[in-house]
Design a protein around this ligand. Structure first.
Ligand SMILES: [Zn+2]
Length: 297
């Protein structure tokens, strides 16, 4: 009986990706935002951005936590926030209050447009016991064995902070200074540019050798609203993923899904959009990448 129990226990399927594979999931959310779950080859879990929070919705409570629970994940190795906008850090407070979180990463941005709620969140993460890391160009993040995570932007001095305020909005300043990550698993490269505008993308294109720009998977910058075509051409990924809504109420701007398709599909890239495909999961074995979506439109 004891032996049988032991066999049963050892045969229980592991719900996380501790089998040397990297599993990355872009979560579909009812409110505009970005939240990516990175399940590392060594069995750890990182969040890159945490979606939106409003009166009736909290991405941490309503989308991310149920997803983590379904996968048997009870702690986070880290939360990396690309930039201090509510559609990227909205769910972080709830996660910090309900799960052990080892590390909290952002760019350390401390200039125009930084809000009090975000400053408090940064402080709160440390009060909850997370190690705080301000990461900028040239730094690497420790996502565990098998992964190399490099920060390509912003530079330590930040982009455009000295620019005349009339020429760049606070909103643009924060977007352009997004944490721009290059994650490598074996031969597969993933890019997470946050909401970096064209100038942030151009900076990375200029500073990064072309062989390091070739990618397996790209998150479309700024939800797909602002992908610089040269960034699409330089990365030429197998998959491009956009996290956006199917439509934007009261806005003249259509969902960027079609725009992303127009930019990436001529390069042979398969485009997946959370608005149409639901949750999007990409698995890397270090050689190949495969994608699976909740829905096929
Ligand atoms: Zn955003």
């Amino acid at each position: 009986m004891k032996h049988l129990l032991l066999i049963l226990l050892t045969c229980v399927p592991v719900l996380h990706a501790a089998d040397g594979k990297l599993v990355v999931t872009w979560l579909n959310m009812p409110e505009h935002g970005l939240a990516v779950v990175v399940q590392t080859p060594s069995g750890g879990t990182w969040m890159i951005d945490t979606g939106h929070v409003s009166d009736k919705y909290d991405a941490g409570r309503d989308t991310i936590a149920p997803f983590l629970k379904a996968r048997g994940i009870t702690a986070l190795d880290g939360i990396a926030i690309s930039h201090p906008h509510g559609d990227h850090y909205g769910g972080a407070q709830w996660l910090l209050d309900h799960l052990p979180v080892k590390t909290f990463v952002d760019t350390g941005y401390a200039a125009r447009g930084l809000s009090l709620p975000y400053t408090r969140l940064r402080q709160h993460a440390q009060e909850r016991g997370a190690k705080y890391i301000a990461a900028t160009e040239g730094d690497t993040l420790d996502f565990g064995p098998g992964l190399i995570v490099e920060v390509l932007s912003p530079p330590k001095a930040m982009h455009n902070t000295a620019t005349d305020p009339a020429k760049i909005t606070e909103h643009g300043l924060l977007n352009t200074n997004s944490l721009f990550l290059r994650l490598q698993h074996g031969g597969n490269v993933f890019f997470f540019p946050g909401d970096a505008y064209g100038s942030g993308q151009r900076y990375v294109l200029e500073k990064t050798p072309s062989e390091k720009l070739k990618a397996a998977v790209v998150t479309a910058p700024h939800h797909g609203f602002n992908t610089h075509i040269e960034f699409a051409q330089a990365t030429r990924p197998k998959f491009a993923i956009a996290s956006c809504l199917p439509f934007y109420q009261g806005s003249e701007v259509p969902s960027p899904g079609d725009k992303v398709k127009g930019q990436f599909e001529p390069l042979g890239t398969r485009v997946l959009v959370t608005a149409w495909n639901g949750d999007i999961e990409v698995t890397s074995d270090g050689k190949d990448v495969t994608a699976k979506a909740e829905k096929q439109p």
